[in-house]
Design a protein around this ligand. Structure first.
Ligand SMILES: Nc1ncnc2c1ncn2[C@@H]1O[C@H](COP(=O)(O)OP(=O)(O)OP(=O)(O)O)[C@@H](O)[C@H]1O
Length: 314
């Protein structure tokens, strides 16, 4: 659905995006993760043909961008750098205008289409107000509504939960997953590890313009080769496991063992009571920090503060 090869963007001496090879497959919920300034927005803008690449190629839905933009974009919903809207008009009026400007939207069904999109993002009840009275979160929802007007095959969203409160973030996540289940491929950028971990099937990590990791989330979260064991018989377990216990914290042990089931049989066979036993897995956070060498401060685990100024560039 999205494929880039050697995609690069320089602004003078700054290389914002550096030989990026993205591979987003049909049905993915792809999380494009990177710290602020890592080049996410610039990549998204190149994908959508809003800015020209310095070198390299990009394809959306198997067609080259920006050459095939007119053909491809009617099937792509997007949200980049905060949605634009006429402040004096209502959300509904803005969407109707947007719908009229796009291709392929039949006039007779416009009102239904706009109403459905507003309902989906939770703006159905407030759409009489002018957009200038909207909070940042409401504007963000309106932007998403405009991305949904055409039942897109692909959604490309740059930090869609920016400025939303926790409930708003949950709503958007649920909406994106619902759309994905109905067949839409979702590409979403974020600097929030937890957000990506909760929602995505595939992850790409951008670090200083370079794609340092691209993998299925389930593969990233592979077992570490250690087992987490909780037992009231910690001393006996340690004696039995003879040097394989790497760490002890009260009645919780970390055991080097490739096979948790085999370990369980061994413990119970020796009369060691097992309260809890599970394979330890890599977390997205540990894998990302290893791949980027970044400090955990570079990636927020929780929601970002609201209201950053994202304008004025590009
Ligand atoms: N039009 C421009 N002119 C000059 N430099 C730019 C321009 N657009 C982006 N940059 C620079 O390119 C780098 C990547 O910026 P970009 O906005 O793509 O990052 P990002 O990962 O989206 O960050 P953020 O989440 O803060 O928006 C930054 O160093 C930025 O200052």
């Amino acid at each position: 659905m999205i494929r880039t090869s050697g995609l690069t963007k320089r602004f003078g001496s700054i290389t914002a995006v550096d030989h990026v090879d993205l591979d987003v497959r049909e049905g993915d919920v792809y999380g494009f993760l990177g710290a602020n300034g890592s080049g996410k927005t610039t990549t998204v803008r190149m994908l959508l043909g809003l800015v020209l690449a310095t070198r390299g190629t990009a394809e959306l839905l198997g067609r080259p961008m920006p050459a095939a933009a007119r053909e491809v974009l009617p099937f792509v919903g997007s949200l980049v750098e905060g949605p634009a809207a006429y402040p004096q008009l209502s959300g509904r009026a803005n969407l109707a205008l947007f719908d009229r400007m796009g291709t392929g939207g039949v006039r007779a069904t416009r009102s239904t289409r706009v109403g459905d999109a507003l309902d989906r993002v939770g703006l159905g009840g407030v759409d009489g107000r002018p957009v200038r009275a909207y909070s940042l979160g409401m504007r963000q929802r309106l932007g998403l509504a405009s991305a949904l007007l055409r039942a897109p095959r692909l959604l490309v969203l740059d930090e869609p939960t920016n400025g939303l409160d926790p409930q708003g973030i949950r709503d958007i996540r649920a909406l994106l997953l619902e759309l994905n289940r109905a067949g839409t491929t979702v590409f979403v950028s974020s600097h929030l590890l937890a957000e990506i971990e909760q929602m995505c099937t595939r992850v790409g990590v951008l670090h200083r313009g370079r794609l340092v990791l691209q993998e299925q989330l389930a593969d990233l979260q592979r077992p570490t080769g250690r087992v987490l064991l909780g037992t009231p018989d910690a001393e006996r377990a340690i004696a039995l496991l003879d040097g394989h216990v790497e760490h002890r914290d009260g009645d919780r042990l970390v055991v080097r063992a490739a096979d948790a089931a085999e370990l369980a049989v061994r413990l119970v066979g020796a009369g060691v009571r097992v309260a809890e036993l599970r394979p330890e897995r890599h977390t997205l956070e540990s894998v990302v920090l290893e791949a980027t060498g970044a400090g955990s401060d570079d990636f927020s685990a929780t929601a970002a503060p609201t209201g950053p100024d994202r304008g004025g560039r590009g």
